[in-house]
Design a protein around this ligand. Structure first.
Ligand code: ZN
Length: 210
């Protein structure tokens, strides 16, 4: 679980450990310092500066560009009995619709395409707001980022692709294409962004609090 900088009883200057629930006194941290729960060792607070918003803004914009590239380039080609098919991320969703599984198709397309793109875009937008850009609806974008983070399953999709290739290789010939590279990089950016971007810090900044 990601370390936070505030908690429900933050008004009193106390943090709650999200793992074990023990109350921990909030402190002013220096660069590189973090506050850990004495009971379970969970990191409950880490030092953040404008640097983290610069990083999350850059990673968010990088993620949007990579999401575009990952959707444009084929992930793999699959050849069986003389037929060769090129597969994009959306191909799986289309096949599910063809087979009548449209609710699952909508879920796959949302988690693999829409949610990651909206997550990266909203984090970049909120980070830009936190860095002083006068942009409207920063709080709304923060809510979107929080919601989309849970539904953005690009790292899971990257692993699923590898597992699928192992299975497909038993019945035909599979060749990796450049799209898989973008998906792996996108998964790395997604994991990095979830470490760098902190919703509570962003909320404080948007409200003009320290
Ligand atoms: Zn704890």
């Amino acid at each position: 679980m990601r370390p936070r900088t505030t908690s429900p009883d933050k008004e009193a200057g106390w943090l709650s450990c999200r793992t074990c629930g023990v109350s921990i006194r909030e402190r002013v941290l220096k660069r590189g310092e973090s506050l850990r729960c004495k009971r379970c060792g969970e990191v409950v607070m880490i030092h953040r500066t404008d640097d983290s918003f610069h990083a999350s803004c850059a990673l968010g914009m990088t993620g949007v560009c990579m999401a575009l590239l990952a959707n444009v380039y084929p992930i793999m080609t699959f050849a069986v009995a003389g037929n060769t098919q090129s597969n994009l991320i959306i191909t799986g969703g289309q096949k599910l619709i063809d087979q009548g599984y449209w609710p699952i198709s909508v879920l796959v397309i949302f988690c693999a395409i829409a949610a990651p793109a909206l997550y990266f875009a909203s984090v970049a937008y909120v980070s830009a707001c936190c860095l002083g850009w006068k942009l409207p609806a920063g709080r709304f974008a923060l809510h979107v980022a929080g919601f989309m983070e849970s539904w953005s399953l690009i790292p899971v999709f990257a692993i699923a692709c590898v597992v699928a290739v192992v299975k497909l290789d038993m019945i035909g010939t599979v060749a990796w294409k450049v799209g898989i590279g973008w998906i792996v990089l996108l998964a790395a950016v997604s994991l990095g962004l979830s470490r760098v971007f902190d919703e509570d810090s962003a909320e404080r900044r948007l409200e003009g609090r320290p």
